[in-house]
Design a protein around this ligand. Sequence first.
Ligand code: SF4
Length: 800
Amino acid sequence: MKVDRRAFVKLIAGGIGGTLLSPLPWKLADDSAIWSQNWSWRPSPERGEATMVNTVCQLCPGGCGIRVRLINGKRAVRLDGNPNNPLNQGGICPLGATGLQYHYGISRIESPLKQKGTRGEVKTLEPITWDEAVALLAAKLKSLRAQPQGLVCLSGKQNGTVSEFFSRFLEAYGSPNYLTMPAAAQAESLGVFLSQGVRTPLSYDFENARMILSFGADLIEGWGAPCRMMSAFRLWRSKSGSQKTRLVQIETRGSLTASQADEWLAVAPGTEAALALGLAHVIVREKIYDRAFVDNYTHGFDDWTDSQGRRHQGFKSMLLEEYTPARVAEITGVQQEKIVELARNFALTKPALAVSGRGQGKMDGSLYEFLAVLSLNALVGSVHRPGGVSWAVTPPLAPWPKVVQDSTSRNGLRSERLDGSGGPDLPLGGHLLYNFLENVPKGKPYPTKMLWVYEANPAHDLADVNLFVKALEKIDTVVSFSSFMDETTVMADLILPAPTFLERFEDVSGDRGLQYAYFGLSRPVLQPRFECRHPGDVLIKLAKMLGGSVAASFPWDNYEEALQARIQGLAAAPSGRVADEPGLQPWSHLGERLAPNYGSADELWEMLQEHGCWYDTSQSMPSLSSAFKTPSGKFEFYCQALKEAGVTGSDSTYLPHYQPADLPGGKEEYPYLLMPYEVMIIENGPLANQPFMTKMLFDFELKGRDSFVEINPKTAKEVGLREGDRVELTTAIGSVKVRLHLTESARPGVIFIPLGLGHSAFDRYIRGKGANANEVLAVLQEPLTGLASWWGTPVKISRA
Ligand code: SF4
């Protein structure tokens, strides 16, 4: 069966009304019923009383409010969007709508497992009891305590209290080595710190903007909080006349966002920063920038003299000298006239915002590209203003008590980080996973003794995936906290099964681009199916077994109690409400105080469980006069914080600029470029597609066991290949076999490969389907930041 993805997006963007009115879900359900009739684990609706309960989806960091339809209070038969939730407005994405297949699916881990044979061998994973598992882990931790820095934790979540629990445990134990998986938010936070003095991701006021310039961010294909973005898209399309919101997509590939945009500019791969600076050139040259903002609130626009009397180049003269439309047209392939027209439109449409972060934002990204796009926002005065960008607004959770440290933890925390972050070569900090993976085999600066992996699947999801596999060979003990038998979990020595999102308490702070404070609460609406335990409870138990300062740092009886302690902060805040009515539009009330609809922390906790989320609009944007914490107290085009961090170089080092990527492999041997892309119906994160999602893929995306890459017909003709041909793609790091899909939306010379397929683990419904792009994608690290800013790998193609 073919499902038109655009129709599907319209369906889900339409929220609950769309879900009920469209025939599509019923057709899908029908097909699925026929296809799945022989599954032993097929969800079969029971007879009985139906009730709806609210919770928050945790299948991606979007944090949507969902409604679970329960039969007899114990069997979930359906998930829908919660119309009272301001973030998703009743909408639900394909992943969320089919999320019950994760809960009832067959790749769940049923009990703790210990590897009794060779690592990676599923047959020798032996069930053990929780008491045995925790005792084993506690004994290992005790034996390593003298050198606590050898413990590393890799989290798939960028934030949230469970991630904080893991980093807290490491701090109490004495290890500085808490790492997260790559994410665009890293470059974004660093860019905000360098230009504004505060280390935080941005919020984007998409709902109030009248023009949006997206530099590769797939806004309606899973970027940010996906259902929020689909609601925003629906809002843009509902406006008309002078209120209409115009979306311009700047992206090499003809993505779903590109196809739905008002205009799509197919830039040459990796040249987004050059285009942003070319637009800035025109805006400055034509003097159509926001003079009041630039004159009063920015530093380094004009050439300037420092306190030692040294003259420095400013942003303006650099733009005028180096980023003329003629040069930028040559770099990007976008016509000069188009650059001029777009720059004028962007500067003169108020409010307008620019956003960067390729695909769904699951790659680190380039600092300078981010700074270039952020500078565009500053030029048009769209920083900390309605319809522009501001800082992520975090809900005012109460802090936990300070971590207790003993002499062992203090010594351990003084160690250099295993990823080199914050050290002399990489002073800007951050989570530099690839550096860590390169250092592990060398045992530098010291051996990694134990790795914990929480809700992440690096053995499948990292570019140049063998780096991770090789690193594991040098790590004595690998522990996986996961609900599913993913590729990383298979390679663990100890597996500690976690409850699914329908079986556990957890929070979502909703800072993925939201312009108001949001706190979502997942709660256990179903009994755990198996012998799984909340990772937070496991950490508390471990801490108590270790005793001393580690135990003192975890004074709670269970994770729920620790989470409730944080809620006190929301209850004490003067503004904020539990979302308990439909049609809430927080973006229409930015800066307004909300009268709380609860009287105490206990009442708030009860209401959160009943309704799912809390939100506040009062803290949305700081005042321009006091916002910037930079050396100049202003928004810095010329980032003096880089100098303060010890980074040396010419003036251009401190200014946003375009750096061509230094791609691995010679052009002669690898004449084409392989670029990864993400789509919403191929899960590319710690989960793999469940059967229903895979069923939605087109025949030209996955057919049988073969996945497809997109290629322009001209490129295919050059190498004598046709639609559907089976080919081998070879890069400097490996090869994969795929089939070709010819499409005019692929740029000539570039081959586009989807991320998220080619699993060797999970269940039989997804295992072995398609190729894992990460087996052939190389990692490109930005020298200044160490962040993985990969976006393409030179490749050759031959008939398989
Ligand atoms: S966008 Fe994310 S949080 Fe929302 S329903 Fe989909 S998977 Fe769940």
